[in-house]
Design a binder for this molecule. Sequence first.
Ligand code: ADP
Length: 266
Amino acid sequence: TDDRVKPVAYNKELNDLGQVQNETMDKVQGLIHAQQDFVSDVSHELRTPVAIVKGHLELLERWGKDDPEVLEDSIHSSLSEISRMETLVNEMLMLTRAENLTVSSQPEKTEVAPVLERVYHDLQMVHPDFSWTLDNALGAPAEVAVRSDHLEQLLIILIDNALKYSTDRKEIHLALAESGSWVDIGVQDFGQGIAAEDLDRVFDRFYRVDKARVHQTGGNGLGLSIVKKMVAAYGGQVQVESALGSGSVFRLRFPLVKETDNHQKD
Ligand code: ADP
């Protein structure tokens, strides 16, 4: 009977091996496609600013440099396109870093409230035309296993968006609370909001709801994809609730580091 069982088992192993190989190939194919998509997205995003700068330089070369007004306008437009490209390159770098982020087994612990307060005060100073509130409902200091500069980066992206997409009602509301084993941070604005059909896609790379307004808001559509990748690397979550015309709330949540986890520090 042994002889009859063996070939079956052997075949099963071979089948399993084949299955594993197929899955690995699928993954590799998936990664190659993702890489190709990224390169094509980036080329697409860079094409417009490059074409604009080139157009201006050609104009200046032909006759524009002799007209002070055209000269000034071309220099101004070119500089602003180059700034956009600079931001784009920096954000792509941030996205790549976020995608490759691996959290160490003994991650840095950060008390959330002081970081949130610092960002709040800094941005409040830069945008005094907004009315700001910070609602800290924590009973006791709460820590999360997230690097403080990363937490700061996440908050800045979300608050920057809240500022950018606010319209008439210039209000930013920040909230910090504990819920079960999570620490929740809410960033709320009362601006243009996001339509239901766009909600799922705002975290996609290069996705912008209003493509025509890119030049006014200066966004590249990378901020929220950076947030999503970074939050995932830390085992956190990011959610959005929004209604067109009445504003949005973005919620970040990270596992609360419990007192009993403190031995990790030593
Ligand atoms: P961007 O650099 O364009 O702001 P993001 O990835 O940060 O890129 O956001 C993607 C898109 O989601 C934005 O272009 C905008 O359409 C929408 N969005 C993000 N945050 C908000 C917000 N607070 N209110 C309304 N729309 C938002």
